[in-house]
Design a protein around this ligand. Structure first.
Ligand code: SF4
Length: 122
């Protein structure tokens, strides 16, 4: 199998070509350094992304709280995560870093708040 990957580990953005038959038989070309090797192998066999979104919040000055996963999760679970966040409504006050959904979809990764929002004064 052959795959072209843009390495995003650093701003160089090398275009890396991976040719492989299995995880133990991967030939890479185009990477300018070794740091891209792990990234490209993961992109071939276990691509992951940090999920970002927002959830509803009641009683704050804003209606939405930005959230993200505390670590990258499997890329093929991003749409399922988007469905999960629709089910959540926070209540102010909320603190940056607080867990919004623990172990989202059994990934072992938490969805966390990205900002602090106080309770709105009436
Ligand atoms: S292969 Fe190395 S130099 Fe190229 S983008 Fe990845 S980390 Fe940067």
């Amino acid at each position: 199998m052959k795959k072209t990957i843009i390495c995003t580990v650093c701003p160089n953005g090398c275009e890396v070509v991976a040719e492989y038959t299995s995880k133990d038989d991967v030939q890479l070309s185009g990477n300018r350094c070794k740091r891209g090797v792990e990234y490209c192998i993961n992109e071939c066999f276990d691509p992951k992304r940090t999920f970002t979104s927002s959830v509803a919040i009641k009683g704050a000055s804003r209606r939405r709280m930005p959230v993200r996963t505390s670590a990258p999760i499997p890329k093929d679970m991003l749409f399922a995560c988007a469905e999960e966040v629709k089910k959540v409504t926070l209540s102010a006050p909320a603190v940056c870093g607080q867990t919004v959904i623990a172990d989202i979809l059994g990934t072992g990764v938490d969805l966390v708040a990205c900002m602090s929002l106080d309770k709105k004064e009436d």
